[in-house]
Design a protein around this ligand. Structure first.
Ligand code: ADP
Ligand code: ASP
Ligand code: MG
Length: 406
């Protein structure tokens, strides 16, 4: 008998019919003799609807209250699924983040899970119940409701799988696995049956939203296999992607193309070229819990230099405000920014041992007249920042240039 954690995303629970399908699938797994913990997202569109309501009334209001609102979508789904299972004769019990004792820090809207006490859930499983947990939410040490960032139900699922020592964490979504790039952007993207967690980590961190990055980080750290599958397949033997830490996987030069349009770029010009300046600029940004992605410092001249960095587009206004204060303190000449940029990355474990991947990438982009604004590399990925209007072209171009199309 295995313990399986299954997570169902928004479209998988988007209507009473879809929830009934999920209940049927859960019951099939139970009938095989497995214990099942189900993590649910809000019904599709619901979190966006809540965000819009917040923005209508008080977009700059306290993050604590926003999380109270945003966490409600998942709570509706968990109750509905529990009712549905019980109507079908299957014992079930639902848990909010707090009831499941998912303890997080207090970084509202992007909280990190610190600890999960799975004792109560285990007792219910031992009593033969299906346990349903609201994704995307937790509780901080003061008892405040927190949320884990968009797409955070994936992280709830993997963290629960780790805490309960599950055999596998299954992520049910609207695609039957991970593809070489987003199949909605490139229609001949290829299905990847097996993928190294390390590569998935880069794909997710470069914007492949099929899995939330923190979910992959958890899985990597605790060696938890993730299987991505479609809740729209009939039966349980459809295609899927298994993401594991397996060491002997064949290394492919470029595994996939990831992209992220939620980027913004900020530049501060004419700052003193001396030790400590990077910290002076980025310290206040990180104190505001804003994650910085790429960083570029120009070669200084006349004792001053320019400094550019990228962040999530949602943080743009706040980051610009902070940067302007810093500029005043440092006597900088100018702050500027652009929130219409995007990032495209190629990812692959085999890049480590192949020279010339970067030049091949730059050549392909140049042929299509796509200007590169910033570049960053790691062992297994190369990312470039481009104008947002070139994003889709850049993705298709690179997907073709590296022979990824089906
Ligand atoms: P859910 O609501 O189930 O969490 P998401 O929308 O968060 O679903 O994630 C699934 C979506 O991820 C797919 O519909 C697809 O458009 C997108 N996606 C982006 N990159 C990839 C990729 N490399 N492979 C598969 N899907 C991808
Ligand atoms: N409902 C949340 C969102 O839309 C969390 C999730 O679906 O994973 O981002
Ligand atoms: Mg998701």
């Amino acid at each position: 008998m295995a313990l399986i954690v299954q997570k169902y995303g928004g479209t998988s629970v988007g209507s009473p019919e879809r929830i009934t399908e999920v209940a049927r699938r859960v019951i099939r797994w139970r009938e095989k003799g497995d214990d099942v913990v189900v993590v649910v997202s809000a019904m599709s569109g619901e979190t966006n609807r809540l965000v819009a309501l917040i923005n209508e009334l008080n977009p700059d209001g306290p993050a604590r209250e926003k999380d109270v609102i945003l966490s409600t979508g998942e709570q509706v789904t968990m109750g509905l699924l529990s009712l549905c299972l019980q109507a079908m004769g299957c014992k079930a019990r639902s848990y909010t983040g707090r009831q499941a004792k998912i303890l997080t820090d207090s970084a509202f809207s992007k909280a990190r899970i610190r600890e999960i006490d799975g004792t109560a859930i285990q007792t219910d499983l031992d009593a033969g119940k299906v346990v349903i947990v609201a994704g995307f939410q937790g509780v901080d040490a003061e008892g405040n409701i927190t949320t884990l960032g968009r797409g955070g139900s994936d992280t709830t699922a993997v963290a629960l799988a780790v805490a309960l020592k599950a055999d596998e964490c299954q992520i049910y979504t609207d695609v039957d696995g991970v593809y070489t790039t987003d199949p909605r952007v490139v229609s001949d993207a290829r299905h990847i049956p097996k993928l190294a967690l390390e590569e998935m980590l880069e794909m997710a961190s470069q914007g492949s939203k099929v899995l939330q990055i923190r979910a992959v980080e958890f899985a990597y750290k605790y060696d938890m296999p993730i299987r991505v599958l479609s809740s729209f397949d009939d039966g349980d033997d459809g295609k899927s992607t298994l993401v594991t830490r397996e060491e002997d996987m064949e290394e492919v030069m470029v595994r996939g193309v990831a992209f992220n349009r939620d980027e913004a770029q900020l530049t501060i010009k004419g700052v003193p070229d001396k030790p400590g300046v990077a910290f002076d600029i980025l310290g206040p940004i990180s104190d505001a819990n804003i994650e910085v992605d790429m960083i570029l410092q120009n070669v200084g001249s006349d004792g001053s230099t320019d400094f550019t960095f990228t962040i999530h587009r949602n943080d743009y206004t706040e980051a610009m405000r902070i940067l302007q204060v810093t500029a005043g303190a440092l006597g900088a000449t100018e702050c500027s920014g652009d929130d219409r940029i995007a990032k495209v990355s190629i990812v692959g474990g085999g890049m480590r041992s192949h020279a010339g991947v970067a030049s091949q990438m730059f050549e392909a982009l140049a042929k299509d007249g796509i200007n590169i604004r910033m570049i960053s590399t790691s062992e297994i990925k190369i990312s470039v920042v481009v104008d947002e209007k070139y994003l889709e072209l850049a993705v298709r171009t690179l997907h073709d240039a590296f022979g990824l199309s089906a």
